[in-house]
Design a protein around this ligand. Structure first.
Ligand SMILES: NC(=O)c1ccc[n+]([C@@H]2O[C@H](COP(=O)([O-])OP(=O)(O)OC[C@H]3O[C@@H](n4cnc5c(N)ncnc54)[C@H](OP(=O)(O)O)[C@@H]3O)[C@@H](O)[C@H]2O)c1
Length: 346
């Protein structure tokens, strides 16, 4: 398959709400044809089968994320598909390989470019589409649970926002570690998925306030939890700290609630808690070996069937505003995919 001279992609020309219908004066997104750029020596060009949406994409399109690309740009940070071209220095993958990859933008298109060290080769028989949702959520959760909290068999972990992308990854990986998982989410279908994913206890917060968490936890983990995994923030984190046992690890992953809580240092002192701030992407610069290990390990676990990326919704590039709306309105269970190619062409 040749790279061709141009390809279809989702383009952001102005910052704004990605839920806005395309073609309106204030739309953040439109579908455009992009020229194929020369491939750097250490990079790989991928014919994209699927790209996965991340919460960070929505923040970035509104100018609220720490990484702010110059306009116009093609968003998207992870994808899966088939390698169609490799740079001169690339050694670990070849044309025709099925891969998933982290991209530095540009995943929401028919083609994407990724650096070789951000590409993971997939086994021939795996679900290539679903693998698009593997690198970021599972890489983050792997690094947090294995390398920061050192989660052990028999320990109990409380996962907040557990049916979201990174939360569901943490549930599955915690089960791989042999831990007991208490998952927190809102709504019946999320509860069902979490039970299927192996969560030992699921707390449905649909009809409860965050302040009720400790009471709800009393029968799930009477001794308290050894670890908290928190992609939500806000009051839920403050309440989760009250559910910790002595010496617990608290993993700060994100603030999907939109609220960054202030934590009282005396709470950490009294219970000897360790709080970890985790920004997975920054390991690329600060600890590339560990970053690579997290990618390879989740690729291996996915390939062997121990991990399964739950895809709740699939959309075309043209339907991207709808996809963002699902995510921003808390309806996603696991991951949402954008499928840039007509299915018959794959
Ligand atoms: N630190 C890192 O390296 C890293 C890596 C990946 C993601 N993240 C961050 O982690 C967070 C979650 O990412 P994700 O991809 O898992 O997102 P997601 O799939 O949309 O899941 C977020 C979950 O948070 C819960 N939530 C609570 N209040 C919410 C609100 N006001 N709006 C939306 N969701 C809310 C929702 O669960 P319920 O509706 O069930 O309550 C939802 O399932 C984001 O802040 C993201 O930037 C950080």
């Amino acid at each position: 398959m040749e790279p061709g001279s141009d390809f279809k992609a989702l383009l952001c020309e102005r910052l704004g709400d990605p839920q806005e219908t395309m073609g309106k004066p204030h739309s953040a997104l439109r579908v455009a044809r992009m020229p194929v750029s020369p491939l750097p020596n250490s990079s790989v060009r991928i014919k994209v089968a699927a790209a996965a949406l991340n919460f960070a994409d929505a923040l970035q399109l509104q100018g609220q994320y720490q990484v702010k690309p110059k306009l116009p740009f093609v968003p998207g940070s992870e994808c899966s598909g088939t390698v169609i071209e490799v740079g001169r220095d690339v050694r670990t993958v070849k044309v025709g390989d099925k891969v998933c990859a982290v991209t530095e933008g540009g995943a929401f298109g028919e083609q994407a470019v990724a650096r070789e060290n951000l590409v993971v080769k997939l086994p021939a028989n795996c679900d290539v589409d679903a693998a698009a949702g593997l690198p970021i959520a599972y890489g983050t959760a792997y690094l947090a649970l294995r390398d920061r909290a050192d989660l052990r068999p028999g320990q109990t972990i409380l996962v907040l926002g557990a049916a979201g992308g990174v939360g569901l990854a943490a549930v599955q990986l915690a089960k791989c570690c042999g831990a007991r998982v208490v998952a927190v989410a809102r709504g019946h279908s999320k509860v069902t998925t979490l039970r299927e994913a192996g969560a030992d206890e699921v707390i449905n917060m649909e009809h409860h306030k965050p302040e009720q968490l400790k009471g709800l936890m009393r029968h799930c983990a009477p001794q308290g939890v050894d670890c908290v995994f928190d992609p939500v923030g806000g009051t839920l984190l403050t309440e989760a700290l009250r559910c910790c046992r002595w010496g617990a690890h608290v993993l700060i992953i994100g603030f999907a609630s939109g609220h960054i809580p202030k934590v009282a240092a005396n709470v950490l002192l009294v219970k000897n808690l360790t709080m970890h701030g985790i920004f997975w992407g920054s390991y690329q610069q600060h600890n590339p070996r560990l970053f690579r290990k997290s990618l390879e390990e989740v690729g291996r676990l996915f390939g062997s069937g121990e991990l399964n990326v739950n895809i709740s919704h699939r959309f075309s590039l043209e339907q991207a505003p709808e996809a963002f709306s699902i995510m921003m309105n808390r309806q996603v269970i696991g991951k949402i995919l954008l499928l840039p190619q007509p299915r018959s062409m794959l």
